[in-house]
Structure formats: C-alpha cells, structure tokens
Design a protein. Sequence first.
Length: 47
Amino acid sequence: MPQPQRTEQSENEHEGMDLRGTLVSVTILGIIIIISWIGVWYLFISR
C-alpha cells in the first residue's frame, strides 16, 4: 500500500501569512465587548 506523500507547499503557506490584521481586529472586538460589559454592569449597579 503506497504511503501518501506530504507536500511542502501546504506547510509553507502558513509561514508567510501576515496575521497583524487579525490581531488588530480581534483586539478591537475584545475592547468593544469589554466596554459593553462594563456599560451593562454600570447600569445594573446604578439601579
């Protein structure tokens, strides 16, 4: 039974990707979620 050969191309594609845009997007989304939670908490405490 022949063994499937791994291609180097699929493994090397991920090394060249730039993930800074993803990091910035996730950070902004996290800040928005935290601000919304603080706003809801403040509304709950103030009543």
